[in-house]
Write a protein that binds this ligand. Structure first.
Ligand SMILES: [Zn+2]
Length: 205
């Protein structure tokens, strides 16, 4: 979705003045730059926005991965493990950014929103709903009632879908104000309850 070029951050190489696909390496003179201070978006040459096109993300990931590979770099860096560290950082960046929930969570914290460890609130009704669902699941399992279990799975999936729609809307409006960021945190916390329930429901039958 959206044009990828508008989300691209163009950085110029300090050595050759060439445009760089990522601030971490230069395609032209094949230099490796320090990556420690870069966030996931910066590493992949993206502006920090929620709207990320998975195909574009994949292309960027592959391009930067190739770029920081020791075979591609002109000189072995003074620190031979630097490329490996960037690769690990890249894998983590891709893992987080391609997942719509993890991406929202990451972006929220980039914009100064509270992490889950500081704000565990969930929207009203979520705890009661998940508790009830858990009871229904136990009941259905106790009676080997596959229809009832299927109905539980459907209810959970619907909750996941609804919560994701809310997350998408709130994360798309970041940075927003504090109330909006708190609402996003609450929706992300709710998502964790539903996802946990979903994986519990998927294991065994
Ligand atoms: Zn260069």
């Amino acid at each position: 979705m959206g044009s990828s070029t508008t989300k691209t951050v163009v950085v110029k190489c300090a050595a050759c003045d060439g445009p760089m696909a990522s601030p971490v390496f230069c395609d032209h003179c094949r230099r490796l730059y320090p990556a420690e201070s870069l966030n996931h978006f910066e590493l992949l040459g993206l502006k920090p926005t929620y709207d990320v096109d998975p195909a574009d993300l994949r292309r960027r990931y592959l391009r930067v991965s190739r770029g920081v590979h020791p075979d591609h770099l002109q000189e072995q860096a003074a620190d031979p493990a630097a490329g490996l560290r960037v690769s690990a950082q890249l894998n983590e960046a891709q893992r987080v950014l391609r997942d719509p929930v993890l991406r929202a969570e990451y972006l929220l914290e980039l914009h100064g929103g509270k992490p889950a460890s500081e704000d565990r609130r969930v929207p009203e009704g979520v705890l009661a709903k998940t508790m009830l669902l858990r009871e229904e699941i136990d009941e259905a399992r106790a009676h080997s009632d596959t229809d009832a279990l299927g109905a539980c799975r459907q209810t959970i999936q619907q909750s996941v879908d609804d919560t994701l729609a809310e997350i998408t809307q709130l994360a798309g409006a970041l940075p927003g104000n504090e109330a909006q960021r708190d609402a996003l945190r609450a929706a992300l916390n709710a998502m964790k309850y539903y996802q946990r329930l979903q994986s519990e429901c998927a294991s065994g039958s």
